[in-house]
Design a protein around this ligand. Structure first.
Ligand SMILES: Nc1nc2c(c(=O)[nH]1)N[C@H]1C(S)=C(S)[C@@H](COP(=O)(O)O)O[C@H]1N2
Ligand SMILES: [Mo]
Length: 203
């Protein structure tokens, strides 16, 4: 059986490589690895909030009720981890980044965002990248609520960058004029993280 599964994995990997969807140095996984710093946080809907701060005209605070009632959308995308695994055709459902943008007015100087999560995890992403139509705050994965270890109740998904930018247990955004390194970026990972350019580590 194990042999059969690996044959299937290799067949799919070859197909994705030929389709130009397997970034250099990556291999296809049929599993869903769990990767994070620290522990899986507990979700308390009455204490949870989502905050937008920094270079915005008015700071925003949404409760769980407010956030989870925003309009939902679906995005099917691939996922590439810097530790060299890639997953394909993942269906995420949740709140488009553009939906949250409707609730805030960034100042003209705001060009970068620090994405903020439980337990102090952070990652920096240029605002222009977050504004792509494939960026969303995912509440569901392949039709099911996110498992706790994968970011329940909500994670950011930025599919065109390495997955350390797809912040699990996301709690807010800080709009900034200048780029600044988040957690992994301070620990040697690339500021930007394009998987097709193999921007794994800082130059
Ligand atoms: N809050 C938080 N989000 C995180 C991380 C983390 O340590 N903390 N790790 C990142 C990394 S390195 C990867 S590869 C993906 C893994 O997501 P998964 O565990 O759902 O596969 O989550 C990213 N989001
Ligand atoms: Mo990762």
């Amino acid at each position: 059986m194990v042999f059969g599964q690996d044959t299937e994995r290799k067949r799919q990997e070859r197909a994705m490589r030929e389709a130009g969807r397997l970034p250099p140095g990556q291999s296809l996984t049929l599993k869903w690895p769990v990767l994070h710093q620290g522990t899986v946080p507990r979700f308390d809907p009455s204490a949870w909030d989502f905050r937008v701060t920094g270079l915005v005209e008015r700071p925003l605070r949404l409760t769980w009720d407010e956030f989870s009632q925003l309009p939902m959308t679906a995005v099917t995308a691939d996922m590439h981890c810097v530790t060299r695994w890639s997953r394909f055709d993942v269906r995420w459902e949740g709140v488009a980044f553009s939906e949250v943008m409707k609730l805030i007015s960034p100042e003209p100087a705001a060009k970068f965002v620090m994405v903020l999560a439980e337990q102090g995890y952070t990652s920096n992403v240029p605002l222009a990248d977050l504004l792509r139509p494939t960026t969303l705050f995912a509440l569901k994965h392949n039709g099911e609520p996110l498992p706790a270890e994968h970011g329940y109740p909500v994670r950011l998904v930025v599919p065109h960058l390495y997955a350390w930018k797809s912040v699990k247990w996301v709690r807010g955004l800080e709009f900034m004029a200048q780029d600044a390194p988040g957690f992994w970026e301070q620990n040697g990972y690339n500021r930007y993280g394009d998987p097709f350019k193999e921007e794994r580590y800082s130059a």
